[in-house]
Design a protein around this ligand. Structure first.
Ligand SMILES: C[S@@+](CC[C@H](N)C(=O)[O-])C[C@H]1O[C@@H](n2cnc3c(N)ncnc32)[C@H](O)[C@@H]1O
Length: 318
């Protein structure tokens, strides 16, 4: 974990109280904390840092309805291709992350990529913001993203067919920022940051993957600056009872508080109409990006991810 994160992190288990963490037994090597613990004196929880990866999840808050497929080697490889296929010069690669990045303005201050996976969008944000934090619940993804960040390279084992695979070396362009970015293991439903920390926020293809979608939005809203913030939200709205109970979906049902289409409900929520998200966001643009995930050389998932770019200007809390 980069040392710049030390002053930003708070105890996720104590939320909504904002309790600072005390650093214990840190081993710091070149601005990177490779081991140690962050301890909350209020609740006595301890958040370990192991091999540079910081685990900021408060166990009670995380998704509990399904075991995570995101820790498997096959899914890690699929996501490395999805995020960095263009750097492997693959003609089938997607340019989804560049399209999403083009929707955001350069803005000083801190940016967060919630559900960052293996980190491509965090690197894109690094070219627009002063500091970027990618947060994901998957240890395998965060480890891979940090490995890329620290070494600029990684080996990707791409499935070809059946048991056949081929190895490729993925190298990040030298000009991509690295010092101003970091990745931690954390939960989108209990983000370990103070209210109003971030000027730029991204939630890409995440809301249909969390157990409490509305909680994800209220958390995102809590950590956004109350004035001068921008938000990029994108999702295919693939609601599933394997992830969240039907009554918690924000769309895709005929009855209930959030019946109808996810995008319509999301706009209503962001605009503050039912008082969940305050101060209100202004919808700047909306549209869609085709996003691609690779399973093997002849099998891809093509996903229409519907985005909203929203912003907010200086506000009045009431
Ligand atoms: C469909 S992937 C999208 C990843 C990335 N945002 C993108 O668009 O490529 C969903 C990601 O969310 C992460 N995730 C799922 N539940 C989460 C949670 N409660 N908190 C943080 N990350 C979560 C998964 O580990 C996975 O990396």
């Amino acid at each position: 974990m980069k040392t710049f994160l030390l002053e930003l992190l708070i105890c996720p288990a104590c939320l909504p109280e904002e309790r600072p963490l005390q650093a214990v037994a840190l081993d710091v090597q070149k601005q990177d904390i490779v081991s140690g613990q962050l301890v909350c004196r209020a609740c006595s929880r301890s958040y370990p840092i192991r091999r540079g990866v910081t685990f900021m999840t408060a166990a009670t808050q995380s998704n509990s309805l399904a075991p995570s497929k995101y820790e498997t080697a096959a899914v890690l490889s699929s996501y490395l291709w999805s995020h960095y296929g263009d750097l492997l010069n693959d003609p089938d690669a997607s340019d989804a992350y560049q399209q999403w990045a083009a929707l955001l303005e350069p803005k000083g201050g801190l940016a967060i990529d919630i559900g960052a996976a293996v980190g491509r969008f965090s690197f894109e944000l690094g070219r627009k913001s002063d500091l970027v934090i990618g947060v994901d619940r998957s240890y395998a993804f965060v480890k891979a993203a940090r490995n890329l960040l620290l070494t600029g390279q990684t080996e990707v084992e791409l499935a070809v067919e059946g048991l056949l695979s081929r190895k490729e070396t993925l190298t990040l362009p030298h000009e991509w920022p690295a010092d101003s970015i970091d990745f931690i293991v954390g939960d989108a439903l209990a983000l370990p940051f103070r209210q109003g920390t971030f000027a730029t926020l991204a939630s890409l293809n995440l809301i249909d993957k969390v157990a409490k979608p509305l909680k994800h939005l209220t958390e995102l809203n809590r950590i956004a600056h109350c004035g001068e913030a921008q938000l990029l939200f994108s999702d295919p709205f693939s609601w599933s009872t394997e992830v969240a109970a039907e009554q918690d979906w924000l769309g895709g049902t005929t009855e209930g508080r959030h019946a109808g289409r996810g995008m319509d409900n999301l706009k209503t929520l962001l605009q503050g109409h039912d008082n969940h998200l305050k101060p209100a966001w202004r919808i700047d643009r909306q549209g869609q990006v085709w996003w691609k995930i690779r399973t093997h050389c002849n099998h891809f998932e093509l996903i229409r991810s519907c985005y909203i770019k929203a912003d907010r200007h200086p506000c009045h809390w009431d």
